[in-house]
Each structure stands twice: as structure tokens, then as C-alpha cells.
Design a protein around this ligand. Structure first.
Ligand code: UDP
Length: 238
């Protein structure tokens, strides 16, 4: 077994990641590919909690922009994360990895409820804990969920796997001269307004000094991040 830098990690995926080229919905081939990447990490003995967004199906803010009551729209967003959690659970188990979906909103016919001690037990037993339904509260995001669950499950790092290979000083999609950071402090991330996570999530992580690693979803980056190799961008105290 290789030496792990981070034994227990919280992996955050956006909902859009599951949609592949389509932007919306769930693309089974993309989900299979993501689960393949996750599998290589699990094979090393890493304990993993997973938070998946819901933006490929529904975002509260876009619902409220169209006139819906914000809380109702946010509950729809939270339910969207449950759909994604079940899709990833199904695929991970097809690939041979045991999982549990733990939802912040009780739905006992579908999955377990999120109970911290139960989640910890699943992690210790090598099951992937998929944290569904966000924090269970409107006006929050799945970034905040990732920060919260990362903290309460005592994860050694939060890995935010994205399409981009790290944090840049400006948007690399529109600025060819954008420069990538290998490492950056919490304070500089805030002062440069780099928008790694929303402000609530970021404050929570900073106050508790948990490193955030932003890296690509594919190409073995998550595996390398867990091994402590220089990959993507790491946000931590100086
Ligand atoms: N959401 C919420 N409370 C939470 C987490 C999520 O109300 O604790 C809702 C919110 O409406 C959000 C949606 O769920 O827009 C989907 O989550 P998010 O936008 O974070 O997903 P992502 O952008 O990562 O796909």
C-alpha cells in the first residue's frame, strides 16, 4: 500500500460533473468514469465521504429568479442532490465499492439519515459515505455541506474536483495569460476574491484549518492529491 498523505478525505463534486458534455441530467458514462477515478483512490485504503451538488438538475437560486419562493426552490435543489447521490451509489457498487447514502433530510425508504456517528462507523468499515440533501437547510450550498461534513467527519482534507486543474489568478477559460497557483493561503484566496468556495463554506474551512485541494476530476489527479503529490492547487495556512 502506498503511503497516504490524507487517510480520510471529503470529495466534493459539482452536480454538473455528472452531466458530462450535456450540462444537465445524469450521463451514465460520465458517472462510470468518475466512479473509476474514485475507485483508484479507494483501492489505496482511503476513507472517503462524498458530497455531490445538484446543479445539473436544479439550483434554488434559478428557481427563485423565476418567481419561486426561495426556500421551496432550495428544497428542490436539495432533492436533486439525492438523485445524484443515488446515481453515484449505484455505479460505485456496480464497480464493487460498498457505499451508504446518508441524507440530511429523512427519507427512510430511500436511504439512511445523516447521523454523524453512523457516518463515522461506515467510514471506518471502508464504505463510501455519500452525504445527500446538502445541509438540510435552505439558503446553503453543497460547498457549505462539504465544509461542514468534512469537519464533523474529521476529514484530513477537502478535495474539490473540477474541470479546471487548479486555482488561477483569473478565469483561464477567458484569459490565456491566467497563472495557476500551486499553493495559496486562505487569506490570499479571500483577498483576491478567487471564489474557490462560497464565503460561508470557506470561512468554516479556514477557521478549522483543513486544507482544500482543487484539482481535475480525471487523469488520476484525485489519487495523486491523496498521496500528497503536487497537483492542482492547495489552499492552506501559510
Ligand atoms: N441546497 C440547499 N441547502 C444546502 C445544499 C444545497 O438549499 O445545504 C440547494 C440549493 O438550492 C442549491 C442546490 O441545492 O442551489 C444544489 O446545490 P449546489 O448549487 O451547491 O450544487 P452544485 O453547484 O455543486 O452542483
Amino acid at each position: 500500500m502506498p503511503t497516504l498523505k490524507y487517510k480520510r478525505v471529503l470529495l466534493k463534486l459539482s452536480g454538473e460533473a455528472l452531466a458530462g458534455e450535456h450540462k444537465t441530467g445524469i450521463d451514465p458514462e460520465t458517472v462510470a468514469a468518475i466512479c473509476g477515478e474514485i475507485g483508484t483512490v479507494l483501492e489505496m485504503g482511503v476513507e472517503m465521504a462524498l458530497v455531490i451538488g445538484g446543479g445539473n438538475i436544479f439550483r434554488g437560486l434559478s428557481g427563485s429568479a423565476k418567481g419561486m419562493e426561495r426556500s421551496s426552490a432550495d428544497y428542490m435543489g436539495m432533492l436533486a442532490t439525492v438523485l445524484n447521490a443515488l446515481a453515484v451509489q449505484d455505479m460505485l457498487e456496480k464497480q464493487g465499492y460498498p457505499t451508504r447514502v446518508l441524507s440530511a433530510i429523512t427519507m427512510q425508504e430511500v436511504c439512511e439519515s445523516f447521523i454523524r456517528r453512523r457516518a463515522l462507523r461506515h467510514l471506518e468499515k471502508g464504505r463510501v459515505v455519500i452525504c445527500a440533501a446538502g445541509t438540510g437547510n435552505p439558503y446553503f450550498t453543497t460547498d457549505t455541506t462539504a465544509a461542514l461534513r468534512g469537519m464533523e467527519l474529521k476529514c484530513d482534507a477537502i478535495i474539490k474536483a473540477t474541470k479546471v486543474d487548479g486555482i488561477y489568478d483569473k478565469d483561464p477559460a477567458t484569459h490565456p495569460d491566467a497563472v495557476k497557483f500551486d499553493s495559496i493561503s486562505y487569506d490570499e484566496t479571500l483577498s483576491r476574491r478567487l471564489g474557490v468556495m462560497d464565503a460561508t463554506a470557506f470561512a468554516l474551512v479556514r477557521d478549522n484549518n483543513v486544507p482544500i485541494i482543487v484539482c481535475r476530476m480525471f487523469g488520476g489527479d484525485i489519487r495523486r492529491a491523496v498521496l500528497g503529490e503536487a497537483v492542482g492547487t492547495i489552499v492552506r495556512e501559510n
